[in-house]
Design a protein around this ligand. Sequence first.
Ligand code: NAP
Length: 217
Amino acid sequence: MNKTALLLGASGLTGEQCLLQLLASERYSKVTVAVRRPLSLSHPKLHTVVTDFKNLRAIQPELKADDVFCCMGTTIAKAGSQAAFRVVDFDIPSQLAKLALAEGAQQFILCSSMGAGAASPVFYSRVKGELEEAVSQMGFKAVHIFRPSILLGDRKEQRTGEAIGRFAAEKFSFLFAGPLKKYAGTPVTVLAKKMIEAAAKNASGVQIHENDEILAA
Ligand SMILES: NC(=O)c1ccc[n+]([C@@H]2O[C@H](COP(=O)([O-])OP(=O)(O)OC[C@H]3O[C@@H](n4cnc5c(N)ncnc54)[C@H](OP(=O)(O)O)[C@@H]3O)[C@@H](O)[C@H]2O)c1
């Protein structure tokens, strides 16, 4: 179909899955990734932009794509402070979204988080909600917001809190049935697939995909 994609966060757990599935998709003829370090992957469709994300305007022309997939993010612990977390989870992706829109992007597909809300009393969820609102109001033809639960996948890096959550999500998956199903862990393979399928629908407006919808067959 000759569409082009821009992927933010390609080196992460979700981003890597999105990248593999985007490269395998017949819909896309070119997949651009903006990364801090080159990926250990080469593919004829892959176009890599290495950046320190400090001067985003300098890479603007390279952000040209039909569909933008955003899997970028950090944790407050890893970033070191709430302010540093906000730079990665709000400032950089919202600025990149604006620049990609200026370059003609039509759709923005965002990996956000369960519980995201700009009015949330929880800082993490509030920042996630603020990014959701910002990209929703920018003027993309379509915005798809995905709100997964704890992500399930093969993460190399150790994150204690997440490891406990993942253990519980996998070990006690039988508990996440019926009304609790929406809290079940979200396999990143499924999440990436749903994000790419959403883009292929060519819908208009803002659509929010909660975890139970992501997990639905
Ligand atoms: N973890 C969970 O259970 C969970 C649950 C719900 C929602 N989410 C959200 O889902 C999204 C994807 O999560 P994930 O766990 O797949 O992410 P991840 O594995 O932590 O990957 C994050 C991506 O963001 C990039 N990044 C981090 N800090 C950066 C910085 N300072 N400058 C530029 N790029 C930076 C990373 O690049 P480098 O490789 O260069 O660091 C990586 O590509 C995130 O927004 C996350 O908040 C996560």
